[in-house]
Design a protein around this ligand. Sequence first.
Ligand code: SF4
Length: 390
Amino acid sequence: MTTQLRTRMVSEFICLADKCEDTCCKHWSMQVDPVTLERYKKEAPELLGAVEQDSDNTYIMRKDKQTGYCVKFEDGICKIHKERGEGFLSDACNFYPRITRTAGDALIMTATMSCPEIARIALYGNEPFVFDETLFARVPFEVRNVLPDGMTQNDIIEIHKLFMQATGDETASAEKIFARIASVSRSLQRLEKKDWVRAAGLYFRLAESSIPQPEENINDPFNLLHSLCGLVVASQKNIPPRLQQTISDMEEALHVRLDWENILIHTSDESADAYNKLHALWKNEMQENFQPLLKRWLGAQLSSSLYPFAGLGESLTERVTIIGVRFAILRLALISVYSISNSQLHQDDVVRIVQSLSRFLDHLADPKFSLEIYGEAGWTKENRMLGLLN
Ligand code: SF4
C-alpha cells in the first residue's frame, strides 16, 4: 500500500471560511484542472460561466473585476462548495493551503503559511510538523514527484527529518540553527544526491565548524525593505492591505519612505539611528522571547518545502538563500511592529505579519528575479547572508 503522510498542521486544519481575515477567494487566480473542467462540462455546465482562460490560456476561476473576489464567493463562503459539495471544487480550491508531493510510492502533504489559519497552527499549535499516517480521500490530479535518482522514499523522509530536528534544538538560537542548515545545505550540494543520506547526519554534527564569520553591512536593513518593494512592483499585482500594513510599519520604524513608482527607498537623517535603536531593541528585549517563534517559523519553511527536496530555487544554495532573506525580512518586520506599537505584539499581529509576507513571497512565479536582487545585495554569499541575521 502507498505510504500516505500529512503533517499534523494539515490534520488539524479547518478553513476559517467567512471568519477568514484574508480569504484565498480574493485576488488569486485559482486554476481549474482538466478533470474538474471535464466534470463541469458533463455534470454542471452552469458552472462553466464561472471559469475563464487567463493570458496563458490556463483555465481559472473568474473574479469579480470590482471586488477581486471569485464570482462564486458569497457571504464569506464558496457557493460551489455549499451547493454542490467539495467534489465540484477544482484541485486548487479544494487543496489550498495544502501542498501534496510524491516521493516514490509515498504521498506527502504539507501546507503553506500564506493561509492565516495554517500560519496560526504552525506558529502556535502542538507539534505541527510531525507526520501523521493517513489515507487521503482525494489526491490532486497533478502531483510533483520529488524523488531524486538513486534515492528511496525512506531516504527522503530521513533527510527531511534531520533538517526538521535541527530546528528543535533548544540549546541554540534560531539564527544559529539557520546557519547550520545553510552550512549543511551547501555541503550536500557538493555531493551527488545518492550520497546525501550517508552524509547528512555527519554534516549536521560538523556544521558548527564550517559556519563562516558573518559579515554585516550598514545598508542591509534598508536593502531588505527596498528588495521587498522591488519584488512587489515586479509582480504587477495589487499590494494586499495586510502586506501594505506590514511594509508601512517597517517604513515608519526605519524612518524611510518607499517610492513605489520609481522603486526607490528614501532614507532620512534619522534612519541610521532608527535602525540602531531597533537592533538594540532586538538584542536587549526581543531576541530571547522570540526564539521559539522564529524556530517554528523556520520549521514551517522547511516543512512546507519538504526541505531540501522542493521549494523556491533550483539548488540547495538558492533555496537556503531565499529562506535566509525571508528570515531577515520577517525579523525586521517583527522588530518594526514591536517598536511602533510600544512593545506590544499579540498573536494576531504575529500571524498577520508572517502570513502577509508568506502570501506574497510564497507565490512569486519565478525565484530568479528575487535571487538576482539578493545577489546584487551580496546575500547569495554565505557570510553576507549570516550578517543579515546578526
Ligand atoms: S486563506 Fe485559509 S482559512 Fe482563509 S479561506 Fe482560504 S483556506 Fe480558508
